[in-house]
Design a protein around this ligand. Sequence first.
Ligand SMILES: [Mn+2]
Length: 340
Amino acid sequence: MTETQKHAAAFRQIIKDKKQFLLLTHLDPDGDALGSACGLAYILKKMKKQVVIGLCESLPVRYEFLNRDESLRFLQHERINLSKYDAIIVLDASTPARLDKFENQIKSLGSEVCLVNIDHHGDNSRFGTLNIVDTDSASASQMIIELLGARALDVNSAWCLYAGIVHDTGSFRHGVNIKRAHEAAIHCLVFPVDSKQVYNRLFSLETEVALRLFSRALSRLNVAERGRIVYMYLVDEDYREFKAEPDAATGFVNRLVMLEGAEIVLFFNEAESNIIKVSLRSNIEFSVGDFASMFGGGGHVRAAGCRIEGIMEKVIERMVKALRLSLEIHDRRNEAKGQG
Ligand SMILES: [Mn+2]
């Protein structure tokens, strides 16, 4: 039995044996975080299991479509007692710190608690009692399909898991082993999943408010290092002015990536006063995941994020300065490689 087969068998056994499941995912959940959680929740429901998805904040409006028949149960942090569940499954989160308000409770769990960690991030700290970490998978959603098999799916789980794959691959444009991602996705498309609608829900600017917000962010486009670093920002007053929801700027950073010559792209977003969410994207072999981890965040080579408390101007200044230095080191390493 290969490692992968062993993992799949252990995971299936847990799903078979346990009755009450709690699913958790990372803070500021994205399409893969919620796609994998909702997809797995539908699979468990189909097996007549009790399942709750624990969140730190309410479900972002953009992702409400994942709760297809409104039968999924979401509970916020303060209403969850971890000891009430037979198994806790953490999806798409590399460390307990990524679980935000759940961090301390997860850390203090005894080893007798069944804690499954399913993730595809390279910096995963293996904090579960069963750790299934596959860095060759382009999304956690894809891992669910591969671990449980196509036969576990129904139309609802197929929608959610397909959305997760589409999200993390930027609609099949990037990500590791894109062939495997397509193979997993095809199992979802056996069901009547509307791929266009999934794409629109995840990525398109569908509201006037979002467009106005985007134009405000674009009006603050900045470049550094002769165009290699590109960034823009939104402050909390912008949200108030346009009466925008906190998640209205989802996906904005992906639009900057298309700028010619841009190597590293950053979006500084203050949806909450003095809490600045930074989204990073890389067009080169420079890991924004490693870079973001210096600021308490994390992610992948091409996409990452972190959260910094502070005043916008100061946060931008600090981060761009650090990025300049990191890029310099990156350049020197590349030069050395070229000569060696
Ligand atoms: Mn993911």
